[in-house]
Write a protein that binds this ligand. Structure first.
Ligand SMILES: Nc1ncnc2c1ncn2[C@@H]1O[C@H](COP(=O)(O)OP(=O)(O)OP(=O)(O)O)[C@@H](O)[C@H]1O
Ligand SMILES: [Mg+2]
Length: 263
């Protein structure tokens, strides 16, 4: 049984007299605990697709099923982490995470339990030490960590990541990728992540969904990444399966579906 299913999803945007078909007949099923990445050129409709799963945008036709129930509005069962953190600047690190915890567990956890759960999740991303700082007092990578803690703390069925490491320098990015990999290994979350980065996609994913260029973008190819976990980035660089997967994605993006700037 599919845990998450995108079923014949189409999306068109209408502005005045012009209608643009962004996504055309997207079909995808994701198993529980799977890590799936979506890769494709800028503007092809990746964020639109993720937003439809999040319930932030509605599909023009078709729909999304989570555990066989249709989703069409946002909910704590699908937590999103965006490229640019969306922390509330007037709240501390602790309060930003606690807000989500209070929203989801107001009825099921006591005040003390919610406090402990907030700290537990800050510990998972190694941010407990900065709990009293405000977002403008911490680095970009730290803000993304807090965003991830906030999402994890809501115990979502699916974690939706829209280029979560996109705004970070290469070293911080690598470090955070390793953290997310370790968290996925430990917690077994179901993750749908958008990325532009071929190495990131291969390193983290069980499957890579490659999108054709828009308009009317669709899934061109799905690649299985048959690398055992836990994965170590340094060892993978020379691993034959890794190199082959990487090559396949590069070929798809830069030969078969080269980026063409829309007129
Ligand atoms: N609210 C909207 N109204 C009209 N058009 C939109 C809207 N949101 C997105 N689009 C259009 O839909 C297309 C896909 O946008 P989307 O943000 O999903 O792309 P993307 O693949 O995430 O790109 P990037 O990699 O640059 O983030 C673009 O052509 C964009 O202009
Ligand atoms: Mg996007």
């Amino acid at each position: 049984m599919a845990y998450l299913k995108l079923d014949h999803v189409d999306k068109t945007f209408t502005r005045g007299a012009t209608t643009t078909e962004v996504l055309k007949d997207i079909n995808l099923t994701i198993e529980k605990g799977e890590y799936v990445s979506i890769i494709g050129h800028s503007g092809c409709g990746k964020s639109t697709m993720l937003n439809i799963v999040a319930g932030l945008t509605t599909a023009t036709s078709g729909g999304v099923l989570l555990e066989e129930r249709e989703v069409n509005s946002p909910g704590p069962d699908r937590a999103v982490v965006f490229q640019n953190h969306s922390l509330l600047p007037w709240l501390t690190v602790y309060e930003n995470v606690r807000l989500g915890v209070d929203k989801v567990f107001a009825k099921t956890k006591t005040r003390a339990e919610r406090d402990a759960w907030t700290m537990h999740n800050l510990n998972l991303v190694q941010m407990a030490h900065a709990k009293d700082k405000r977002p403008n007092e911490i680095s970009g990578g730290m803000k993304q960590r807090v965003g991830i803690a906030r999402a994890l703390a809501m115990e979502p069925k699916v974690l939706l990541l829209d280029e979560p490491f996109g705004a970070l320098d290469a070293l911080t990015r690598a470090h955070l990728q390793d953290s997310v990999m370790a968290l996925h290994q430990k917690l077994g979350n179901t993750i749908l992540m958008i990325t532009h980065d071929v190495d990131e996609a291969v390193l983290l994913s069980d499957r890579i969904v490659m999108m054709t260029n828009g308009p009317s973008a669709h899934i061109g190819e799905v690649l299985e990444v048959a690398l055992p976990r836990p994965r170590k980035r340094l060892e993978l660089a020379t691993n034959a399966t890794y190199v082959k997967c990487r090559q396949r994605v590069l070929e798809f993006l830069y030969e078969r579906h080269r980026f063409v700037e829309a007129a």
